[in-house]
Every structure is written in structure tokens, then in C-alpha cells.
Ligand binder design. Structure first.
Ligand SMILES: Nc1nc2c(c(=O)[nH]1)N[C@H]1C(S)=C(S)[C@@H](COP(=O)(O)OP(=O)(O)OC[C@H]3O[C@@H](n4cnc5c(N)ncnc54)[C@H](O)[C@@H]3O)O[C@H]1N2
Ligand code: MOO
Length: 441
């Protein structure tokens, strides 16, 4: 392992080998966050019929012309039209139908008068509302006094005024969020063709690892990497499967990987990739049928801190991508953000695959020192620029380092919301300088 790769070279290698997953049909709610691969056209107009935008009375405009509270138009009520009504009363001259928001405009009617512009059928002054049908079933009969005229089509939502039949509702490439899923439901689509969420098997290695709810014996620690990586995979849109920690035994690890491949579009491991005597992932995959089947796994040293030892390759008969991340907890998480997340977004067909970096002003108590020749990723707390009442000087946000640079600092990682990216050739950064920040949202 003498050669050193840059962060960008390693990521480029991974992205070259990873292809978007084949599209599948998914039920709407399963497709949330997925990329649509078809143009969806509207099969029938929305709304599908002319309907009322108000609770009120469907009338003929000539009947209410010139009406006022003093001289109301008196109309006989021929029935109720509730939302969902199939059978509609006909409104002839001198008649009105009581109508509810969303109900179809009955034949003969040209407009809707809101109930507040009438006596509500009570024979008194202007109504605030209608009596509930259950309490006053006679409400859809008798007479109504209308206090104001209305123009033709007033308070009527026309058929197709939202979207017309044959229009493209959503184009291929759209990411399905809540409002897109709502539109698909509204036009009657229960399933859509999308790129699926990748299934990610997360496996941590280390004989010292114990699940979080078990007490620690001598030399043991709780397995946190498989949890952070599983959570990060889910946050990236994947379907994660967390496999309990595997001990530092190459045969056990190989067997476990063989078992898991059936449900994996991508495998992520943590630990066992350095230069120790028990580096199980390297040992299990450097030479094995599993790796040879897929084309092999290459272990590398990156010019990066943290996250120096990394592995990537394709394993098993389906050439499933595997990313082997270093075991130090901060290294594993930073490696996920830099390499696994872009791979997952590529599998899903999501753009951009990388998080967008921003510039920010460094706030720190003293200068930061960084290793020469390595790209460093410090944890930070980023405050975006203030948008209201800001001056030109406020156009950049600020970032403050959280915790130190060491890769075992889990507590301070939990306080950070961003990574501070220090270029390879920078060894010293002063407070007040502009730095590159990757917000982790
Ligand atoms: N002689 C050298 N030693 C080390 C080097 C080196 O270049 N020469 N590199 C160091 C760097 S940098 C890293 S990063 C680590 C990577 O080591 P491994 O990937 O083999 O990881 P492990 O040895 O298994 O574990 C490292 C560390 O992290 C803890 N760990 C591991 N898994 C978990 C987990 N699931 N949850 C919580 N903590 C975990 C583990 O106990 C170790 O403390 O190697 C350095 N050494
Ligand atoms: O690369 Mo290690 O990830 O520096 O701790």
C-alpha cells in the first residue's frame, strides 16, 4: 500500500463503477424520495367537473340580478348538492339548489352565491353558516333570500382549471416529494415507475464490539459505527439493513457477506482495513472467491484526514459494490458522507451526487493547523448568512470548529452540523479567513 490516492480520485473510481438501479413500479408512498423515470400525463381533467368553491346556493344569474338585503331575490330551494353527489337537481328559473364546497354545479345553475350573502333559508338576516344537515334535514327545501347579485361562473371552479387532460403532470427525472405524490394521487395514479431505493447492508467488524444495550466487559466498546452508518444510509434515501458486528475472523466475515449479498445493492463495512495484525476486512477480501467473482476489492491509502485507509470493489456474482470504511468512528462517518452517500445517490439517479459546499468565515479562538499534503475534514458548527436586514458584509455565514481533529471524538461529532474542508496544501488557517464548508443538513 505505498501509493496514495486523492479524495477526488477515490470518489471518481467509485462513481465510475456504480450504475443507477433498474426502474421498478412502486406504490405511491413507497416511491417517496425516488426519481421518476417516466413522463406522467394527466388521464382526465382536474377538477373532473365544474364545482363550487363555496358553501352556498347554486343559482341562475338573471334570478338574483339587482338583489339586495332590502330587496332580496326569493328563490325556491330544489334540493341539496353535497360533495360526492351523483344525482343533481335541475335549477330552473326562480329556483336555487343548496350546494357545498367541491360539489358539482347542478344543471341550469350558472353561479354560486355564498351562504353569507343569503338568509340561509331562515327568513331572517344574513346567515353566518348553514345548519348541519343532520340537525336540519329540511335545509335543502323551502325558500332562500339572496341579498347580492353574482356574475356568471362566480365561485365556480371550472373543469380542467387545475390541469387539463393530456398535459404532462410530472416529467421524468422529478424527485417525488409530498406534493408530487399528492398530484399523482389526484390524477388517479396509484403506482409509478421510479428508480428504487438502494438496499444497503451495513456491517461493522471488531471483536471488541458489543451492542448498545449490553454491558461492557474488559476491553469492549459499544458498536456505534453500524448505527451511524445505518442512520446515514436511511437519511440518504436508502433501505438499510444493519448486520450486527462481526468478529475479527475472516471466515466468519466472508460467510456473513455471502449471506447478505442476496439483499444488497451496496455493502458498507467499518473497521479492519488498516495495517494491524487483525485487520479482518482486508484479510477476508484481499484474496477470496467472493472478491474475485466481482473483480476484486482494492485497499488504498488516501491523502485525507480522517479516513486514510479505504477499500472499494465489486463482490459476488452480481458484482455488488462494497465500500470498506475505516473503523475510527469519525473516519467512518466522514467516509460515508464523502464516498457512500454519492454512490447511493448515483444508484438512485439523484443529482447532484455530492453535497454542495459553501464558503464561510472561520470563527475560532486560534489558528487551525492541518496536516501537509492531506485534505482534512474538521467538524464544525455552521451558521448560514442572515437573510433579513443583512449588509454586504453578512453575505457569508460563519463556521466554528467543534471538538478536535482526532477521529475518536464521537461526542463532538454529535454537536456538529457541517464539515470544514481544508485543502491538501493548507497547513494553517487563521480566524476570520474564508473556508470551505459542507453543511450536513
Ligand atoms: N500503524 C498504523 N496504525 C494505524 C494507521 C496506520 O496508518 N498505521 N491508521 C490509523 C487510522 S488513520 C485509522 S482510521 C485506523 C483504521 O483502522 P481500521 O479500519 O482497521 O479500524 P479498527 O482497527 O477496526 O478500529 C479503529 C478504532 O475504531 C474503533 N471502532 C471500530 N469499529 C467500531 C464500531 N463499530 N463502533 C465504534 N468504534 C469502533 C476501534 O475500537 C478502534 O479504536 O487505524 C489507525 N491505525
Ligand atoms: O484516517 Mo484515520 O481515519 O485518520 O483516523
Amino acid at each position: 500500500m505505498s501509493e496514495t490516492w486523492s479524495v477526488d480520485e477515490h470518489l471518481a473510481d467509485i462513481l465510475r463503477a456504480v450504475r443507477p438501479l433498474e426502474p421498478i413500479d412502486l406504490r405511491l408512498l413507497e416511491a417517496q424520495g425516488c426519481v421518476l423515470v417516466e413522463d406522467v400525463t394527466v388521464p382526465a381533467a382536474l377538477p373532473p367537473f365544474d364545482n363550487s368553491s363555496m358553501d352556498g346556493y347554486a343559482v341562475r344569474t338573471a334570478d338574483v340580478e339587482g338583489s339586495s338585503e332590502e330587496f332580496p331575490a326569493v328563490l325556491s330551494v330544489v334540493g341539496d348538492v353535497a360533495a360526492g353527489s351523483g344525482e343533481l337537481p335541475r335549477v330552473d328559473p326562480g329556483q336555487a339548489a343548496r350546494i357545498m364546497t367541491g360539489a358539482p354545479l347542478p344543471p341550469g345553475a350558472e353561479a354560486v352565491v355564498p351562504v353569507e350573502w343569503t338568509d340561509g333559508g331562515t327568513g331572517g338576516g344574513p346567515a353566518d353558516s348553514m345548519a348541519a344537515h343532520s340537525a336540519a334535514p329540511e335545509g335543502g327545501t323551502g325558500e332562500v333570500r339572496v341579498h347580492r347579485p353574482v356574475a356568471s361562473r362566480a365561485h365556480v371552479r371550472a373543469k380542467g382549471s387545475d390541469v387539463r387532460a393530456g398535459a404532462v403532470a410530472l416529467t421524468a427525472g422529478t424527485v417525488l416529494g409530498p406534493s408530487q405524490i399528492g398530484l399523482l394521487a389526484a390524477i388517479g395514479r396509484g403506482t409509478v415507475t421510479v428508480r428504487p431505493r438502494p438496499r444497503v447492508v451495513v456491517l461493522s467488524t471488531g471483536s471488541e464490539l458489543v451492542p448498545p444495550d449490553e454491558p461492557l466487559g474488559p476491553g469492549q466498546i459499544h458498536d456505534s459505527n453500524s448505527y451511524v452508518l445505518t442512520a446515514a444510509a436511511r437519511a440518504a434515501g436508502a433501505i438499510p439493513y444493519r448486520v450486527g458486528a462481526v468478529s475479527d475472523d475472516p471466515d466468519t466475515l466472508r460467510a456473513s457477506l455471502e449471506d447478505q449479498l442476496i439483499r444488497a445493492d451496496l455493502v458498507v463495512t467499518s473497521g479492519g482495513v488498516s495495517v494491524g495484525a487483525y485487520d479482518v476486512v482486508k484479510e477476508a477480501l484481499s484474496r477470496s472467491d467472493l472478491a474475485d467473482d466481482g473483480g476484486g476489492v482494492e485497499f488504498r491509502r488516501l491523502a485525507m484526514q480522517p479516513g486514510k485507509p479505504q477499500g472499494f470493489g465489486l463482490i459476488g456474482p452480481d458484482r455488488t459494490p462494497i465500500l470498506t470504511l475505516p473503523g475510527n468512528p469519525v473516519s467512518a462517518y466522514v467516509s460515508f458522507e464523502l464516498f457512500v452517500r454519492p454512490a447511493l445517490r448515483t444508484l438512485m439517479g439523484l443529482e447532484p451526487v455530492r453535497r454542495q459546499a459553501v464558503s464561510a468565515r472561520l470563527e475560532a479562538d486560534g489558528a487551525l493547523s492541518s496536516p501537509d499534503g492531506k485534505r482534512q475534514f474538521l467538524r464544525g458548527h455552521y451558521a448560514p448568512p442572515k437573510t433579513s436586514g443583512g449588509t454586504a458584509g453578512d453575505s457569508l455565514g460563519t463556521v466554528r470548529p467543534v471538538g478536535g481533529a482526532s477521529s475518536h471524538l464521537i461526542a463532538s461529532l454529535a454537536q456538529a452540523n457541517a464539515l470544514i474542508e481544508v485543502p491538501e496544501m493548507t497547513t494553517r488557517t487563521e480566524p476570520g479567513e474564508d473556508v470551505t464548508v459542507i453543511p450536513l443538513d
